[in-house]
Design a protein around this ligand. Sequence first.
Ligand SMILES: Cc1ncc(COP(=O)(O)O)c(C=O)c1O
Length: 377
Amino acid sequence: MNHPFHSFRSLFPVLSNRVYLAACSAGALALPVSDAVDEYRRQLLESGTDWQAAMEKMAAAKEKFARLIGAETDEIAVMSSVSDAVSAIALSLPHHRQKNKVAFTDIDFPAIGQIWLSQEAFKNKITVIQSHNGMIDLAQIQKDICDRTLLTCVPHVSYYNGYKQDLKQIADIVHQKGSLLFVDAYQSAGHVPINVKDMDVDILAAGTRKYMLGIPGTAFLYVRRGLSRKFKPQMTGWFGRDGKSAFDLFDSRFAEGAKRFETGTPSFAGLYAADAALEILLEVGADRIDAYLRKLAGFALEYGAEKGLRIAGPQTVRNRSSLISIYAGDAAGIGAVLRERNVITAARKDVIRIAPHFYNTEEDIKQAIDEISALLH
Ligand SMILES: Cc1ncc(COP(=O)(O)O)c(C=O)c1O
């Protein structure tokens, strides 16, 4: 298969000596992203802190993430992790007796369940939407969401098997019952097209370290315009105030828009990285990345079946991302052997995950599947 992004490969040094297929865990580091972190480091070394430059980088990174998901910049907050973003929402979700239930799915990343189950305010008011074969039936959502459901959390793409949900259809169902829709987009943002307006998503969180090609320590939280105002953040700090009140100890007014969810000084290195990484992603384009990765996923499914491998989740590209999970028994052990052979994948529970990005080729997938097949048979 022709690789339409061949010219970008030289931007990712790890590709010259590894088959790197672990974007579901951490995207490959691109030279411009590394340079951006260096720029921040050099600035500190040579001229000391430059607060203004960091603030400008923060604004630029927010604007680019907003563009990536079809939002406006004032609908984006900078957080340090997806867990922090979910906790910020959980701690300040306005509820009352007729509207006090929260739902999440059993295919959510563990942090989502752990956070909601830790909330005293929602004790015994949690619904867990059950999956079948690692997938969620829309009829199940229809059945589980009721008029008392305040918020429904779903992952866009499952971290375990790459199953991709139709967010617009889910939004229609939960909105009919008067529930807000929260989307964990950590496994989709950066390679699966997202438009929060078309998909009618109310709140969305994603970190920058995986398909968004950044480094740990930076995540984004989208909150639909007009909705933020209803939240009075309990996890808070001076970044969540507007400029005038940030230095007033007793001013309890929050900033307008999603900014009110911000807390303290963010990871500037993470923001420099995020800005440079988003620049690359926006240049390549989510639609083009998606079209290419669908072809790679199709090849992986076909070639994996030919090699007798058992693949988790949907067996066609229709309801899945390009994350391909292969049942492997001792997945961690197999992943460690693959690493010794310079094939970098990501093990979770009983599966080895192959997670390509636009920089990967069909040959990368073939090599990984050949190695896995040889180890399993
Ligand atoms: C889908 C999903 N959500 C949330 C997380 C946790 O993100 P964080 O470590 O930023 O809290 C992960 C991490 O792998 C993930 O895959």
